[in-house]
Ligand binder design. Structure first.
Ligand code: ZN
Length: 118
């Protein structure tokens, strides 16, 4: 009888430990899914990318103003680097798309469908 009680206690501890591990693993998995997996939440990366495009557009506008560039003037990535909020990091699509800075007067674009400024 005493042995059975002891066994139950051990099982309860084991169960609680197992539950804790499962919860931690679940939380970790959720974090990975939320942060990295575009499959479940495609809007997350899309939103980050569009925010990048807006930073690029803003940087282009500042550069154009500073250097009196008119519509159609070509702009290189190097030229806007100093103007981009967040630096070169903002020049990378979180979903792996490629950015086209585009000339003055045209919005910057991402190669991933749906990653576009409104
Ligand atoms: Zn993108």
């Amino acid at each position: 009888m005493k042995r059975e009680k002891q066994l139950r206690k051990e099982m309860a501890i084991l169960g609680a430990t197992f539950t804790t591990i499962l919860l931690l693993a679940g939380a970790g998995l959720l974090w990975v899914v939320l942060d990295r997996n575009d499959f479940f939440l495609p809007g997350v990366k899309q939103g980050r990318c569009i925010a990048n495009l807006e930073r690029i557009a803003h940087a282009k506008a500042e550069l154009a103003r500073d250097r009196d560039l008119t519509n159609g003037a070509p702009i290189t990535t190097d030229q806007i680097l100093d103007y981009v909020e967040g630096g070169a990091h903002s020049l990378k699509c979180p979903a792996g798309g490629t950015y086209s800075i585009n000339p003055v007067g045209r919005s910057p674009q991402c190669s991933v469908p749906g990653h576009e400024m409104k």
